[in-house]
Ligand binder design. Structure first.
Ligand SMILES: NC(=O)c1ccc[n+]([C@@H]2O[C@H](COP(=O)([O-])OP(=O)(O)OC[C@H]3O[C@@H](n4cnc5c(N)ncnc54)[C@H](O)[C@@H]3O)[C@@H](O)[C@H]2O)c1
Length: 364
């Protein structure tokens, strides 16, 4: 089959995976998007039951429901393992698939006995491409609720990005051009679902330049007030060892310091409000998220605050990712250190792991 054909399968996904194994269907790329952050209350449906039967079982016999979900997860992973052995690339979508599968006793642990056998999408894709460079889902809401205001912000953001993309270093130019295309087509693709709001991937430089241009337009009376924010799924705001920080390989991904430091820092650097919360896509107790909102009202005070706010909100996370020795984050923080004379970030001393192993073996 060629071209842009999408096929929806109505039924249990494990039936489908097992059928693909039995019929020897080649799959290039696989993932799972069930709601496994919530496995016992409808996020994942067990095999062998209709939708209604599952819902009844969930309510009347939750223990049995749990056993059936876990048995299904073991079969789910077995089918994926077979297709992986035949050449499929599989990644965790950030829905706790690998975590819940491991808890169910599925064969999903790597040979070292510590890691999962498959990467998360942040490890292989989003981390090195976006978060380590500081690109993440910057967002804003037009407090006026006016579609015209949103159109104005789209135009301002596109003008700013176009200018930045023209000057961007090679390693982030494609990222900038993609983001520019996104914002240029946002209105025609009708991405507004409620309030007049946008999400646009941008790095610290982009976020500051866009916010400043918004604030100036508000000051000139061309635009109503705008509230800035970002998703928790971002560079600095979230500690989540199975998702946002899953590509932190120095052992510190199981700490939750970054989100807390970030939210507290944002609270006195200029945020109008901050939030510190648990949960999110990987489940309760598995993640800490820090968020903020910041009102732009066109004032010179907002202009001062926005730079301080957005600069540290993003660069905190890049610094942490650089301490973890992520190559892209090291490049990004070195670039930022050159650009910003007031910034102080300790850089990690990179050592040859084999040398450390040898010294450890000799002395300990
Ligand atoms: N990577 C990301 O950026 C990202 C973004 C959003 C959400 N997520 C995570 O992805 C997951 C899905 O999010 P969503 O908003 O689409 O959730 P959702 O609950 O709207 O959709 C999940 C769907 O899976 C279906 N399902 C459950 N078990 C099934 C089974 N065995 N076979 C077939 N279908 C089954 C459910 O009926 C439901 O329709 C969540 O865990 C969420 O946290 C990740």
């Amino acid at each position: 089959m060629q071209g842009n054909t999408s096929i929806a399968f109505v039924g249990n996904t494990v039936d489908l995976w097992e059928r693909m194994v039995a019929r020897n269907v080649h799959v290039d790329l696989g993932s799972d998007q069930t709601s496994l952050h919530n496995p016992w209350a409808g996020g994942y449906y067990p095999q062998g039951y209709s939708y209604d039967e599952s819902n009844r079982l969930m309510a009347e016999d939750p223990e049995r429901f749990r056993t059936e979900v876990q048995a299904t997860l073991r079969r789910h992973v077995a089918a994926i393992n077979t297709l992986h052995a035949r050449g499929m690339y599989f990644f965790d979508y950030g829905n706790a698939f690998l975590l819940e599968s491991s808890r169910a006793g599925a064969d999903v642990i790597a040979e070292n006995g510590l890691d999962f056998a498959y990467p998360s999408y942040v490890q292989d894709i989003l981390g090195p491409m976006c978060f380590d460079y500081g690109f993440g889902p910057f967002r804003w809401v037009c407090a006026s609720g006016s579609a015209e205001d949103l159109r104005t912000t789209d135009r301002i953001a596109a003008d700013v990005l176009r200018a930045l993309a023209a000057e961007a270093p090679d390693d982030i130019r494609l990222q900038m051009e993609d983001n520019l295309r996104w914002i240029e087509q946002a209105e025609q693709n009708r991405l507004v679902v409620g309030s007049q709001a946008r999400i646009l991937y941008a790095d610290s430089v982009g976020r500051i330049a866009i916010a400043r241009a918004f604030n100036q337009a508000i000051g000139r009376g061309e635009l109503g007030p705008v509230v800035l924010g970002r998703d928790h799924h971002d560079v600095s705001g979230t500690d989540s060892p199975y998702r946002e920080t899953s590509n932190i390989y120095d052992g510190s991904r199981f700490t939750a310091d970054m989100a807390v430091h970030n939210a507290i820092g944002d609270s006195f650097r200029g945020a109008t409000w901050v939030s510190l919360h648990n949960g999110g896509g990987v489940g309760w107790g598995e993640v800490i998220n820090g968020g903020f909102g910041m009102l732009l009202d066109g004032s010179s005070e907002a202009d001062t605050k926005l730079e301080r706010m957005l600069f540290y909100d993003v660069n905190n996370g890049i610094a942490r990712r650089a301490w973890a020795r992520n190559a892209e984050a090291l490049t990004a923080i070195r670039r930022e250190l050159e650009r910003s004379s007031g910034l102080r970030v300790t850089l990690p001393a990179l050592a040859d792991d084999s040398l450390i192993d040898r010294v450890a073996a000799e002395h300990f």
